[in-house]
Ligand binder design. Structure first.
Ligand code: SAH
Length: 213
């Protein structure tokens, strides 16, 4: 699952220059070939630091944003991670290199099916994929050590906060869709929830219910 040295260098340069410095995150991003998660003409642009279209009108995030979100999540090797918004599966694949197990949910069956096939092809056996409305989380598998939401909500969804273990971290873009949103880091402590604003971002909206594809 490797891509050639020049492509790797280009990706790593873009990541470092945008503030992704965590060695484990860089290693994970070096081993997962983003091109595997893209189709058709867009696959040729896999190594550009830019978001790109994927089926169902969604987007694969920009690599540097994937790196910064993953870094902010501070994933450890024993962590159980929940991702809302599987999309192409690229972010889940990166998380799977850092965590014990990754649960990923998307509202489009077409996207979760395709992502599952890529995970299998790459031998990423610690990812469990679900089709459903991820704003409810996965109560049967909670609590989670880390939760990453890759679609923008007006507020961090209550059910997700409730499924975060004490000491756990959730990273979520917050704000109205179609405007610039803010990436928020929420930490659950014994005393309650701590909120930290990280940076402006732009994500597709977190929508209710199942997608029709
Ligand atoms: N993490 C993805 C990019 C996510 S794009 C990647 O690495 O490619 C945002 C995704 O969130 C879309 O696929 C969209 O279908 C999904 N989404 C939006 N609202 C959702 C919801 N309520 N539950 C689950 N997935 C949702």
């Amino acid at each position: 699952m490797s891509f050639d040295a020049e492509q790797k260098m280009r990706v790593l340069y873009a990541l470092r220059s945008r503030g992704v410095t965590d060695r484990r995150v860089l290693e994970a991003m070096e081993t997962i070939d983003r091109q595997r998660f893209l189709q058709g003409l867009f696959a040729e642009r896999a190594y550009e630091d830019t978001p790109l279209p994927i089926p169902c009108g969604q987007t694969i995030s920009q690599p540097s944003v994937v790196g910064l979100m993953t870094q902010a999540l501070q994933v450890g090797p024993r962590d159980k991670v929940l991702e809302i918004g599987t999309g192409s599966g690229y972010q889940a694949a990166i998380l799977s290199r850092l965590a014990r197990r990754v649960y990923t949910v998307d509202r489009f069956r077409r996207l979760t099916r395709t992502a599952e096939q890529v995970f299998e092809h790459l031998g990423l056996s610690n990812i469990v994929t679900f089709t459903g409305d991820g704003s409810h989380g996965l109560p049967d598998h909670a609590p989670f050590d880390r939760i990453l939401v890759t679609a923008a909500a007006e507020d961090p969804p209550g059910p997700l906060l409730a499924q975060l273990r004490e000491g756990g971290i959730m990273v979520v873009p917050v704000g109205q869709s179609d405007t610039v949103q803010t990436l928020i880091k929420v930490t659950r402590t014994a005393a309650g929830l701590d909120y930290e604003e990280l940076r402006p971002v732009r994500f597709v909206p977190l929508l209710e219910g199942l997608g029709d594809d």
